[in-house]
Design a protein around this ligand. Structure first.
Ligand SMILES: C[S@@+](CC[C@H](N)C(=O)[O-])C[C@H]1O[C@@H](n2cnc3c(N)ncnc32)[C@H](O)[C@@H]1O
Length: 244
């Protein structure tokens, strides 16, 4: 992979510059998977009530959900089954899912409708852009990142979503006391997550052993996790609290 292009103008603001860098190296490759009829139908029927569009200013989530509640944001929910399960199990919280894969978004909307889940809204967009533009600072009580694309090859590690800049971005968006919860079945990525978060300012590791935490009961097994477990993979959960 070639190095990212250098900007042709002087950065005016270091943070803005960092975010542009994050946007340039994306953590996903958009697969134009075909929508099933059911997914298309769910998008047609339920996007108007459950879908949120990217916008350049932060949403007022109290207005979106019609109440004030803890906000849980999940990045890369895949087909959305475990996200819907979590939202159903915690009706006192509001959930925001972000996924770039349209069939997954359609599947998630259909699942939410089937399960009668009302406390969930969904973006079909790059999570980095949504966090930067459409989510208010100090507004999230939890950020969930479950089984992100591991980018196995060393030369692709820069595409992993968990990086120092990403940790800083989430610190801005989390409330004090808010938690960033990651899980992966790829040991090398777990180690990478730990290295990044150990030196990230403003967080405290919730692990008693200063590394990983047991899977909390509120996290259901995800689709990718099940696949990994069947292949004999281990699973590592990491939880970091924003302390300042
Ligand atoms: C390996 S899958 C895991 C899906 C799900 N969390 C699970 O455990 O079954 C990773 C997902 O993250 C999504 N993704 C990767 N980068 C993303 C980004 N920047 N914004 C939104 N979604 C992203 C991909 O489209 C993919 O569906």
């Amino acid at each position: 992979m070639t190095h990212p292009e250098q900007p042709n103008t002087e950065p005016q603001d270091e943070e803005l510059q960092e975010n542009k860098y994050l946007r340039r190296i994306r953590s996903f490759v958009l697969r134009e998977g075909r929508l099933t009829k059911g997914q298309q139908r769910s998008l047609d029927l339920f996007w108007p009530t459950m879908g949120l569009e990217h916008q350049a200013t932060p949403y007022d989530m109290k207005a979106v959900f019609g109440r004030e509640a803890d906000l849980v944001l999940e990045i890369g929910f895949g087909m959305g089954k475990s996200l819907v399960q979590m939202a159903k199990a915690a009706p006192d919280k509001d959930f925001i899912g972000i996924e770039v894969h349209k069939p997954g978004v359609g599947a998630c909307l259909g699942e939410a409708e089937t399960e009668g889940v009302k406390n969930l809204r969904v973006f079909e967009h790059d999570a980095i852009e949504i966090l930067n533009d459409s989510i208010a600072d100090n507004s999230l009580s939890t950020v969930q990142l479950f089984f992100p694309d591991p980018w196995h090859k060393k030369r692709h590690h820069k595409r992993r979503i968990v990086q120092a800049e990403f940790a800083r971005l989430l610190r801005r968006k989390l409330k004090i006391g808010g938690v960033f919860h990651m899980a992966t079945d790829w040991e090398n990525y777990a180690e990478h997550m730990l290295e990044v978060m150990k030196v990230a300012e403003g967080y405290s590791n919730l692990s008693e052993t200063n590394d990983y935490v047991p899977r909390p009961d509120h996290r259901p097994l995800t689709k990718f996790e099940n696949r990994g477990v069947n292949l004999g993979h281990g699973v590592w959960d990491l939880m970091f609290k924003k302390v300042d």
